[in-house]
Design a protein around this ligand. Sequence first.
Ligand code: HEM
Length: 509
Amino acid sequence: MNPLVEAMALALTASPSISLVAFYGIPTFVLALLYLLARRHRPKFALPCPPGPKSPNMPSLDPWVTYQEWGRVYGDLVYIQEMNMLIISSSQAAVDLLEKRARIYSDRETSSAIMVSQVDRIMSVQRYSNKWRRHRKFFHQSFRQSACSRFYPAQYRKINDLLRNLAVTPEQFMQHTMAFSQSLMYATLYGLDIGSEDPLLRKAESVINTFGDLMFPGFPSLERFPWLRYMPSSFPGCGFQRVVKKFIQNLDDLDAIPFDRAVENLKNGAGTSLIAELALEKPMEVDMIKAMGTTSFVAASDTTTSSISSFLLTVTLHPEVQVKAQAEIDRVIGRDRLPTFEDRKSLLYIEGIYREIMRLHPPGPLAINHVSTEDDFYNGYHIPKGCVVVPNIWAMNRDPNVYPDPDKFMPERYLDSPDGPFTNINDVYAFGFGRRVCVGRYMAENTVWLTIASIMATFDLCKAKDDGGDEIDIPEEYTQTFFRHPKPYQSCIKPRDQQALELILRATE
Ligand code: HEM
């Protein structure tokens, strides 16, 4: 007989009270034990996925705002089951998952459109793979913090050009900002002076625009019928083939034209540059060097334009900030010279402006999607493998628990905080997270910071006036693009005074 049953039979024949306890107690105890064991070994997959709206209409306008609202309703993690998509609204969860568990949250999405258009030459799009690791390491060597001083001379020169252009034709301030951000990359990496009329810039713009289309929403016909990629362009539904062909041609040109010019300049003694030196040092790595140049251009031009444009707009709308910024610069630097990188640690209020611009107006409010490569469990939730993870930087940067009065532009908030404004660059969430964090962030930060300091030192930014002398309202509207920019508006940008104008003109003599 089974010993457990035998023991129960014995107990029943002993005293009635003992037998009752044994009769009910032992099975209850065994059941409880089994239940506890089962709970302990319950597959974690039985944990629920984070909550979220069922079959929601995905927003096409300002999705970060809708996602922020969902975050308020459902919590820091919002899961859209139909899309296996997780939206993260708190910096704590972003750090816990994308940084501390970066090993499994560093992949990118892929699609037929990406494969067919070879757009994965651009590092930001590459899967988490050995190819990406090679590119990222290579990139890092040239863009790490200690290597960035190499870019200073070109950054000073191009920022001075921007100041001059703003002084001469201030009404074209938006074009100047865009031209500055584009030509800066060619100056810093290739040692080239690319004018705003250079056909290379038209190709570059075309690549950037098509790049956006390829990433989102791609080519619907191709996603549904991947075999269409093998059909001729005349086949119904294959119009994408022409777009792809032109895109690849432009991408090849973007890889080759500035590279060849830079190498030529080095060979004939016309000037050196990072790209040309790398090409001579590492002839076996020419493809990777070209890809680094093109990736930098694509990753930097819209983001830099967006940050500087947001600064111009926001400070125009906050004259009181401008007064404080100019007072700080006059006190620390004086009026006889322009700011330099060495001044940064002495300009606390300017730092506050930089941090506030990146907080309130991250160029890409949703960064770039990460993808998980393993099932994961966090705070009692299951996050399935292959999940598309969207860091909602917009919401993180407006968390009222971290930033009181979060929608307010308030550079002094950093001065009042115990850490001051010079915290780690990793606190600037606009640059993303973990192993995929922006690899060009030190250079980007230098550019945006020095531009802010130089403009504050030399210009007054105010609202334009109409014929009757009344100020023209600025609606503070932004584009609906992947990298958001202020929409065109009228403003009045003028040198602070004759002394400032002379300083600007002297700097570009
Ligand atoms: C204000 C300017 C910039 C901003 C706000 C910015 C922001 C970002 C963001 C949000 C990401 C995605 C991070 C993630 O996936 O978590 C990113 C990736 C990247 N950025 Fe930037 N960026 C800027 C300028 C630059 C510059 C100047 C360069 C190069 C010179 C650059 C190169 C890259 C590259 C190569 C990646 C892809 C990294 C990877 O996938 O491993 N960015 N950037």
